[in-house]
Design a protein around this ligand. Structure first.
Ligand code: G3P
Length: 223
């Protein structure tokens, strides 16, 4: 397997907000430094700058941007703002932050202008194919009903991973990530063996008593 991409979504969990976000990010940063693994943390906009200043071995992603550029757009999160705060990528259309296709398209364009890596989430193969046509760097397939649960996409829907991969085959350079319910090294292994380029994970790491141990075991499982 070639250097899988591990993306850890901090969401708005209290265990991963503000100072706690920094504490968790530093633990993950240490692991990234030692292992040289490709790891991103997906954080709230208010935490991007602090984490990017203190964690130099991670990619920092914003959880969302709005489809507006710089200017008079009070309350919006722009590609420019997340980039200049230290983010190197963005997540779009998470099932907890769904967007219209036209907004996804414009946000991808704005993100690319700022040289941000783009991940667009999709709950099934049809949506994955539709968003892959907008040419993001990654599409992340995550069945909504499995998110935050204990049964992973790898266990419950391995066929969805394979099917989505087939559908994306003609989509230029778009790579597939998978997520939802991933909580064990076996879940990671199955997803990667089926052809995913990486995984998107949240609650298992953020709510773990020992996130370093779990993440390390997951990384070792990919060697
Ligand atoms: O963005 C990742 C996410 O939606 C999966 O969440 O808690 O099921 O790993 P979780």
């Amino acid at each position: 397997m070639i250097n899988p991409f591990f993306i850890i979504n901090f969401k708005c969990y209290k265990e991963a907000t503000g100072k706690k976000a920094l504490e968790l990010a530093k633990k993950i940063d240490n692991i990234a430094e030692k292992s040289k693994a490709d790891i991103a943390v997906v954080v709230q906009p208010t935490d991007i700058y602090l984490i990017s200043e203190n964690c130099k071995n991670l990619k920092i992603f914003a959880q969302h941007i709005d489809s507006v550029s710089e200017g008079s757009f009070t309350g919006s999160v722009t590609a420019s703002a997340v980039r200049s705060s230290g983010a190197s990528g963005i997540l779009l259309n998470h099932s907890e932050k769904r967007l219209k296709l036209e907004d996804i398209e414009l946000s991808i364009k704005l993100a690319k202008e700022k040289k941000l890596i783009t991940i667009v989430c999709a709950s099934d193969t049809i949506i994955a194919k539709a968003v892959s046509d907008l040419n993001p760097d990654y599409v992340a397939v995550e069945p909504e009903e499995l998110i935050s649960g204990k049964i992973s996409i790898s266990k419950a829907k391995p066929g969805l991973i394979a099917e989505t991969l087939r559908k994306l085959q003609n989509s230029r350079n778009v790579k597939l990530l998978v997520g939802a319910g991933i909580h064990s090294p076996e879940d990671v292994q199955v997803a990667l063996k089926l052809g995913a380029s990486g995984i998107l994970i949240s609650s298992a790491i953020v709510k773990s008593r020992d996130p370093e141990n779990l993440l390390t075991k997951m990384l070792i499982s990919t060697l």
